[in-house]
Ligand binder design. Structure first.
Ligand code: ZN
Length: 582
């Protein structure tokens, strides 16, 4: 297999087929049947057997929904210009929203049940334990029903409208392209502009960033006003009304991570990051023939990636590298291609980017990417097939506890990339080796270093805003954050003080970004264990992956005989990053 393959979505459903009609009908009829429990719960507490039946029926509904919506999504991503695929996707999404409303009564009843009764039900359904406990864990922050109704009614035109306003306003930005040599002078959108951050011409890189920050910067105070309103609303709702101890605790609870673990992660990133990445930036400046790196040069390319890999070769390398760690991992990755669930071909109108969609436990996941033969594509393949192996390992979990939670979701994918890097380094000549190590360092910085400092800024921004600080003070704090992060190693121009208003995560998902640092540094730390203890790690890692999302990240790591997630553990991850530097 040397040309990149197309997947065969017909293996799941064929448009207009009896199977598709049957499952759509089943989704509707099971949803109707489920309504009988609404009456029952209104009248009395269900028996243990009734509770079990009810939960399993909900599980079956979720599997149907996931297959139907998943297939509609996959079909659209395979050809985004396919109008009928888009119409079907909209139809299934509507069904899915209706299902949400139709099963809400079960979730509310479960959350509000008094503790002793809840424990009896929990004991009768151990396989759903984590899902059911997590649902109740958020109970203490639930408001009374009329209050929840007001929040639910006001939010779409409140904070959600502000987030939409931010997106639709900034999505309309266009950027001047007169700095692009040989360009046609047409204005660029953000994605087109970002391509030039990686230009091999220093002037072009600088101009591209200056243009980005000119456009965002001139609206800086306005975009900051949207952000300030979102931050104040977050605090009013979550801290004042719902009783969370701090704005960030909302996210920690959703991730089921103790605050102390996140604090430890960020502490180590803060103390180790600037020195390690500073050394890297000095090395990069040298390689570029500059006395000192400018912030504009962070992602400057050192080597041209000509795209020399055949697809078959890439597949063999990924399988080979997984196999050296655990043969089962290679076999699970291979399953995806062999069962025609892998779409790596280049086609017009195909969705950009890459993903692995795991629809339901026990099924082989679907992977989409566009393979152009570059080393970067090899890493994407290893990453997505790592995800695919993870969800196949977790096949014994039910659909509620199958997907790993955010902090652990990138474990197998990132570990897969490390295995591939190790394999590629074995045969690499001196220049290739250097290119690979620069690639690994770029990745480590972008995920561990940059995101951790984003998280530190975010906490500070929430504090400042709640003390009534003006937009200017936020911009100054951000520039300080960059200076601490880069020290003497990188020259930061003052226009970067407005970079934060161009980071959508701060707006639509407060305190989300540390999960990126967490996932990546976790894998480096596990890699450290692998380097020290060898193949013995394989069994423990597979145990962790097989648990999917069936426990808190901390418990799952501990049960697999890994961790504890303390300062020493995270510092181990930094030793691996230092190893890339040589
Ligand atoms: Zn991923």
């Amino acid at each position: 297999m040397t040309t990149p393959p197309n997947w065969d979505l017909g293996l799941l459903y064929v448009p207009g087929s009896p199977e598709l009609e049957r499952d759509l009908a089943a989704l509707r009829s099971k949803k109707e049947a489920f309504q009988a429990y609404r009456e029952l719960l209104r009248e009395r507490q269900p028996s243990l057997a009734e509770f079990g039946a009810m939960t399993r029926e909900l599980e079956a509904l979720r599997v149907l929904e996931s297959n139907l919506e998943g297939w509609a999504d996959l079909r659209f991503s395979q050809d985004t210009a396919h109008e009928e695929a888009l119409a079907f996707l909209a139809q299934v999404r509507e069904e899915s929203a209706e299902l949400e409303a139709a099963v809400l009564f079960y979730e509310i009843w479960w959350k509000e049940l008094e503790p002793a009764a809840a424990e009896r039900y929990l004991a009768s359904l151990p396989e759903f334990d984590y899902y059911l406990r997590q649902a109740r864990a958020l109970l203490e922050h639930t408001l009374s029903e009329p209050e929840e109704r007001i929040v639910a009614l006001k939010n779409p035109n409140g904070r959600e409208a502000l987030v939409t306003l931010y997106s639709s306003y900034t999505n309309r930005y266009t950027f001047d392209s007169s700095f692009v040599p040989g360009g046609d002078g047409q204005p660029l959108n953000r994605e087109e502009l970002a391509v030039h951050f990686r230009s091999h011409l220093p002037e072009v890189r600088a101009k591209a960033y200056q243009e980005l920050l000119r456009v965002y910067g001139q609206d800086g105070p306005f975009l900051a006003q949207i952000y300030q309103a979102l931050v104040r609303d977050w605090r009013q709702e979550n801290v004042r009304l719902r009783g969370y101890g701090s704005p960030a605790l909302v996210r920690h609870k959703a991730n089921d991570l103790p605050e102390s673990v996140v604090a430890s992660l960020l502490r180590v990133c803060q103390s180790r990051g600037p020195a390690v990445f500073g050394r890297y930036f000095q090395k990069k400046a040298q390689a570029l023939g500059q006395a000192r790196l400018r912030r504009y040069d962070l992602y400057a390319p050192l080597f041209e990636d000509k795209g020399r890999w055949e697809f078959g070769e890439a597949m063999d390398l990924v399988r080979d590298s997984f196999s050296s760690f655990a043969p089962q991992l290679a076999q699970l990755a291979g399953n995806v291609a062999e069962s025609r669930h892998l779409d790596a071909a280049l086609r017009p109108n195909k969705a950009s980017g890459a993903f692995c969609a795991s629809l339901a436990p026990g099924q082989i996941p679907w992977v989409l990417m566009s393979f152009k033969g570059r080393t970067q594509d090899l890493f994407t393949l290893a990453h997505e097939l790592g995800h695919a192996a993870h969800s196949q390992l977790a096949r014994e979990q039910n659909i509620f506890q199958f997907h790993a939670s955010l902090p652990l979701a990138e474990t197998a994918s990132t570990f897969g990339e490390m295995l591939l890097a190790k394999r590629l380094l074995q045969d690499a000549g001196p220049q290739e080796k250097e290119a690979l190590l620069f690639h690994l360092m770029d990745d480590a910085y972008a995920t561990v270093g940059r995101q951790a400092f984003f998280a530190l800024f975010e906490t500070q921004a929430h504090e400042l805003i709640n003390q009534g600080a003006p937009a200017r003070a936020l911009a100054e704090a951000y520039l300080e954050n960059l200076k601490t992060q880069f020290g003497q190693a990188v020259e930061v121009a003052p226009e970067f003080s407005w970079e934060w208003v161009a980071i959508p995560h701060f707006y639509f998902a407060p305190f989300y970004v540390y999960a990126y640092s967490f996932g990546q540094l976790l894998v480096y730390s596990l890699w450290r264990v692998y380097e020290k203890e060898g193949p013995d790690l394989a069994q423990r890692l597979m145990t962790l992956l097989a648990r999917g999302g069936s426990g808190s990240p901390l418990d799952l790591v501990a049960e697999a005989g890994l961790g504890p997630l303390d300062d020493d553990f995270w510092a181990g991850g930094f030793e691996v990053i230092e190893g890339f530097l040589g």
